[in-house]
Design a protein around this ligand. Sequence first.
Ligand SMILES: [Zn+2]
Length: 163
Amino acid sequence: MPVRKILQYPHPLLREVCRPVDEIDDEVRIHIRNLVDTMRASPGVALAAPQIGVPRRIIAVDVTTRCPGAGLIVLVNPEIVAKGRMKTVREGCLSIPQYTADIRRAETVTVRGLNSEGKEVFIESSGLEAVALQHEVDHLDGILFIDRVESIRSLFRRKKPGP
Ligand SMILES: [Zn+2]
């Protein structure tokens, strides 16, 4: 069962700048499968490779449970190439399940990367999916949502750990 343990803050690997993927080989394909399976088994809508202990630039996002029809996005070496207007959103993280906070994120993004077959793709996204893409790309640079909290007053402790 390729479901991995999700690393919890303050695990040092969550602060690493992850290495780009040179080639989609068998090892990378296994990382992708583990990432997607672990995300699906979790209460969250997205996951980055460092969260399962793999410091490589790979992310998975699937907001279909909240936005029907969205579908699975797997991106290797993702890069945000365009951003729309900023808005305030409520965020949490599977690696910091005790807290949520208000964060400024772009409403829309264009992300360039490779898909799981190694083909270059451009993804234009909005809403929850766009927010999740920005959150996951941050993970690849060792940035966590708590680094982007503008006001400590917006940081809330959850009653029960969750997504
Ligand atoms: Zn996260």
